[in-house]
Design a protein around this ligand. Sequence first.
Ligand SMILES: Cc1cc2nc3c(=O)[nH]c(=O)nc-3n(C[C@H](O)[C@H](O)[C@H](O)COP(=O)(O)OP(=O)(O)OC[C@H]3O[C@@H](n4cnc5c(N)ncnc54)[C@H](O)[C@@H]3O)c2cc1C
Length: 392
Amino acid sequence: MHLRFSEEDEAFRREVADWLDAALSGEFAVVRGRGGPGDEHALLDERRAWEQHLGSAHYACVAFPERYGGRDASLTQQVVFYEEYARAGGPGRLGHIGEGLLGPTLLAFGSDAQKERFLPAIARGEEIWCQGYSEPNAGSDLANVQTRARMDGGRWVIDGQKVWTSWAEWADWCFVLCRSEPEAPKHKGLSYLLVPMRQDGIEVRPIVQITGDSEFSEVFFDGAATDAEHIVGARGDGWKVAMGTLAFERGASTLGQQLGFENELSLIVEAAKRNGRARDPLIRQRLADAWIGLRIQRFHALRVLSGAAGAELPPAALVTKIYWATWHRELGKLAMDVLGPEAEIAEGAPYQLGRLQRLFLFTRSDTIYAGSNQIQRNIIGERALGLPREPR
Ligand SMILES: Cc1cc2nc3c(=O)[nH]c(=O)nc-3n(C[C@H](O)[C@H](O)[C@H](O)COP(=O)(O)OP(=O)(O)OC[C@H]3O[C@@H](n4cnc5c(N)ncnc54)[C@H](O)[C@@H]3O)c2cc1C
């Protein structure tokens, strides 16, 4: 087990840090620290431009192969990049779903033509993606997807509804899990389609969240269309592709996020010192526990990275999501207990919340999206411990 980064990784770290510091001090200083959870609507034009600025320096998708606009970065370099991005206060990434979910999925399952068509546009920061999986009756039970896709006039035509679709309001494209073979058994009747969002057959209705923002939306498909070749994997084989995407969602991109969390913990510690709660023994104990949880995440990430074979993560990686999500949700609660009565007062009308209030409200969702804690326990039980599969 190697609990530190190599010299080459550290050299890459300095290069990334210098570039980010310069980029976020100049023209893009305005986006520093903006667009995070509960602040998703902030400075959208500037953040689109920022995506393209990252892309022009090949930093939008460091893991992509160079020929598609990336840097062929190793797993450890990817983590180094995410850490430095958080340290520099890089803004919430509009391109995150294309970079972290669709990109790796196309590299693993896409045709050469799909890679050529879609990856460079993601790496240039030009096309924003969203993920169309969940439906009113298909969340944890994802194979229950009912949105239909049929071939008509040489194109796919899609009817149905998705829900909780993050970034749908701003996305140019959506990868949509659809039922294309209604007669086939549940898991075998699905296809994975790439669908342009800006067309008459699609209506996006934003959902207001407890943070006051609408990071996600309902998406209605009513005769929406996409080209016949915009299917990833074989017809009816979408389940395999969809599971591949989920593995990326729960994998590498989360290993480098602790520095962002550390910034949040620092704000809470500052608040505790300012309002005197740092003298409360129970608060002190919880602050120390939070710090210990961060160190655990750091060493866990390094352990997972040193056990990785190429892009393949070891079984220990299966605990990453449940650990950070539970820790982060508790951090949100701690922030409120540190603020005390102040936590219940908005900074301004009608619903202008402070950073720690947004942290508390948004972290309620951490243990739900990308697989709820209960589903994570099923995954650990079945895949890491080899327990009998839960009845399906
Ligand atoms: C902030 C946020 C962003 C999201 N973004 C997206 C997105 O971009 N695209 C997208 O497609 N979806 C997105 N989602 C949806 C997310 O994937 C689902 O909310 C999640 O999968 C849970 O599904 P559900 O909400 O239907 O709850 P359900 O599946 O109905 O679960 C309800 C409760 O039952 C429990 N449960 C369900 N099945 C089991 C089981 N087998 N064993 C034990 N317990 C079980 C769950 O853990 C949960 O506590 C987002 C959600 C949130 C909160």
